[in-house]
Design a binder for this molecule. Structure first.
Ligand code: GLC
Length: 756
């Protein structure tokens, strides 16, 4: 192309893109100049969908106040309003009755699906399939967007090492590298390439920050961690979300080292909006501004509003503090107009980018809502990722996959016929009883004789709050007899045990991690009469499985897999899909080991499980091993993979260059299978103590029986960087150890030196 034409086109392109960008900034500036102080503060105010908007307007109490605020442009956003009719009705009030007609942004917890439910995020992470995870987010966004939602409070990116914390189900587990990749995949899925498309929505990485480190795994509890853990473990997934272009961040309930995150200017202003240059907005968590008083950080609601704004929180979810206190605080000079303007600009910018000013009803498309909700595309995607999320923990004597003919199968357990628990915890928009149960999934395989008994009964509690609770009975063993007699008369027993949908999730911390209620007793009683058994687990967090691990020949970790749960589990049990999942969190032997994670430090007195150290003076327990029952990255297949020793392209890495590490892997089993090959690095000597190994890469390969393949990883300085003793994110010269294996227990290593 002629140079002249090229440079003309290039300058046109640059001008266009600057103009396009300036258009949004200019529009925001122009609108801001027209707004009164109240209208500006109104944008920082978010209410929960608190009545049936298509019904009569409320005639009293705070609902009347909220209605008037909507009609007077004193609300910037609503959450939990769903369905085209409802959203349209609310948007109409804001757009047609208020002076400036600024559209609302509608938020919703799209954590693992909308009407059609995907596997819980911890399960999806066990697939290690970033494309499938991105597709899951994209399709969830599509189904919600056509129902009027244009903002999700997801992805939840809290790293956690404590299975007592109920919200482990909502995140990506214990590893910052995997957690960062999953965070970025979900952001790209939700937001797509065009935020103004009617099928993409703004995302919100949460909870900023360190919520997953709540002491004792007790939800909302105090967090006290050092800068080293904060920057090397907690923040990377948030940084990955910001680098992926996320539009909003939600802060967290916890205090961090004495400062509640909602008012923490180091986190929200210095790091997020400063060093990371985040240009979106920060929404508080539900009532977290008001909770500054409970924390003992603000003396009253008014001071809470002041501390939250000074700390960098832009939008107030359901405290009604900003809307009532910011104007007096401004008059008293406690806060500045610039601080308000900055928050409002950030909020308006996202609304412009969503296309809400061009068309406030862009997301209210009744026809699409009908066509897209529950579409075959979405159903197939939930099934696909559900199968990939299943982790095979044990398969002695290849009891799995099940034979397809002439078998008497006894299906036992409270969760075997449960059509609600597999939907997991965050299923606000889904209808109960809409999951395919394991019973229904297995019934599709007609070659065997299938019989079923609950053993421990489910309790269908009356609808509570906004959910009908399905719980597992903890007082009644009357179902044991029927289940035991069934087990005596079948060839193989499939047990389905674990947690009901709301036994994990927000506000669901547990001090005991065994199978709840009488399930362990049922498992052992059934095993006594028929030990030819497969245990299928349905749970939202790592559980204590010592007895099962010792005795039960086959164990499948099947989490809460969403709408297609039963089909996914049945297809894996029958070998239609060879399980490939790997654990994103360590499974402990005892609650006493928590917090437990693979990327731990060496300590000054390391030792190895089971080896006689000759004394007690090393870091260990007298009554339990240090190691997990099942390790991070662990997962079996119906075939077997053999790894060669690791090879490095060089034993030295010059500055700004790279080396390659590789292994040869052979499928030495009888069936085709997928293997997630994992790269771990160790920095054995540095300016701070470093983990004994850290995940720094993974590749999924599929090999036919007998096939072999060489898998290589490029290692460059970026993979070696960490937040060091001098608060610098850098790679320090010296020796590094390289591991490539099938899980985090890999021992075989080679070393190289990073030169100065
Ligand atoms: C909840 C959760 C948060 C959620 C918000 C809105 O309390 O902590 O993750 O997005 O409130 O439902």
């Amino acid at each position: 192309m002629d140079h002249k034409i090229f440079f003309t086109l290039l300058s046109l392109l640059i001008n266009f893109s600057i103009n396009a960008q300036q258009t949004v900034d200019e529009k925001v500036k122009a609108l801001l100049s027209k707004m009164t102080i109240q209208e500006k503060i109104g944008q920082m105010n978010q209410y929960n969908g608190f009545w049936n908007f298509t019904g009569p307007t409320p005639d009293g109490g705070d609902q009347k106040v909220k209605y008037n605020h909507l009609a007077n442009g004193l609300v910037g956003s609503m959450l939990n309003v769903r369905g085209v009719e409802e959203v349209k009705a609310v948007q109409k009030i804001a757009v047609e009755e208020s002076r400036l007609g600024i559209p609302l942004i509608f938020g919703f917890d799209l954590i693992h699906g909308y009407k059609t439910v995907f596997p819980i995020p911890l399960a999806e992470t066990a697939s290690w399939d970033l494309e499938a995870i991105q597709r899951s987010a994209a399709l969830s966004a599509k189904e919600a967007a056509v129902a009027g939602i244009n903002w999700t409070f997801a992805p939840m990116v809290d790293i956690t090492r404590d299975a007592r914390w109920g919200r482990v189900m909502e995140g990506a587990g214990e590893d910052p590298y995997l957690g960062s990749l999953v965070a970025a995949a979900r952001v790209h899925g939700f937001q797509g390439k065009d935020l103004a498309s009617p099928y993409t929505i703004a995302a919100s990485a949460k909870h900023f920050a360190a919520y997953g480190f709540a002491e004792s795994g007790r939800d909302y509890n105090t967090v006290d961690i050092g800068l080293n853990t904060l920057h090397n473990v907690v923040l990377p997934p948030f940084k990955a979300a910001v680098d992926a272009g996320i539009k909003t961040i939600m802060n967290s309930f916890n205090d961090l080292n004495g400062i509640p995150a909602t008012a923490d200017s180091y986190l929200q202003r210095d790091v997020l909006k400063g060093v990371w240059n985040f240009d979106g907005f920060i929404v508080s968590d539900w009532g977290s501004i008001r909770e500054l008083v409970d924390h003992g950080y603000a003396k009253d609601r008014k001071q809470a509003g002041e501390m939250a704004l000074l700390g960098g929180s832009d939008m107030d979810m359901e405290s009604s503090i900003y809307i009532n206190e910011l104007e007096p605080l401004l008059r008293e000079g406690k806060i500045s107009l610039d601080q308000i303007d900055d928050a409002v600009k950030r909020i308006l910018k996202v609304k412009f980018e969503l296309g809400l000013f061009e068309n406030p009803y862009l997301y209210c498309d009744k026809v699409s809502e009908k066509q897209i909700t529950g579409s075959e595309e979405i159903v197939q995607a939930t099934l696909d990722i559900a199968k990939k999320s299943i982790v095979l923990l044990k398969n002695e004597n290849n009891i799995l996959p099940l034979k397809k003919q002439a078998q008497k199968i006894g299906l036992i357990g409270p969760l075997a016929s449960d059509k609600t628990s597999p939907l997991g915890n965050w299923r606000i928009a889904a209808d109960n009883n809409t999951a395919i149960s394991v019973l229904e999934g297995l019934q599709k395989f007609k070659g065997n004789e299938l019989s079923h008994a609950q053993g421990v009964k489910l309790i269908n509690k009356l609808p509570e709050g906004f959910h009908e609770e399905v719980e597992i009975n903890t007082t009644d063993k009357t179902g044991f007899e029927e289940a035991i007699s069934l087990a005596k008369n079948v060839d193989i027993v499939v047990m389905v045990l674990g947690e009901y949908g709301f036994q994990s999730g927000e506000g669901r911390s547990r001090t005991k991690l065994n199978l709840p209620g009488f399930q362990q007793e049922l498992l052992e009683k059934i095993y006594e009469v028929n030990s030819n058994m497969v245990l299928v687990l349905m749970n939202g967090r790592p559980l204590i499985l010592n007895w099962a691990s010792e005795n039960v020949p086959a164990i499948l970790e099947a989490w809460h897999l969403g709408t297609q749960s039963g089909n996914a589990i049945a297809q894996v049990l029958y070998g239609e899909y060879n399980p490939s999942g790997k654990l994103p969190m360590s499974f402990p032997r005892s609650v006493g080991q928590l917090p437990l994670y693979y990327n731990h430090k060496s300590t000054g007195r390391p030792g190895a499980d089971g080896e006689d150290a000759g004394s007690v003076f090393w870091s260990h327990y007298g009554d339990e091993k240090n190691s997990p029952l099942y390790a991070f990255g662990y997962g079996l297949s119906y075939t077997k993979f053999e790894y060669s020793t690791i090879k490095l392209s060089s034993s030295e890495m010059k500055k700004n260059s790279s080396i390659t590490a590789s292994v040869k892997i052979k499928n030495i089993g009888k069936v085709k299978g997928k293997e997630i090959v994992q790269l771990y690095l160790q920095d054995p000597y540095a300016s701070t103590t470093r983990p004994i190994k850290e995940l720094k890469g993974f590749k999924t390969i599929e090999l036919n029986a007998g096939e072999a393949k060489t898998v290589s990883f490029k290692i460059d300085e970026d993979l070696l960087k960490f937040y060091n003793a001098h608060q610098k994110w850098i790679a320090e010269p010296g020796i590094f150890n390289v591991f490539i294996g099938t899980n985090s227990l890999v021992k075989d290593k080679k070393s190289f030196e990073l030169l100065r």
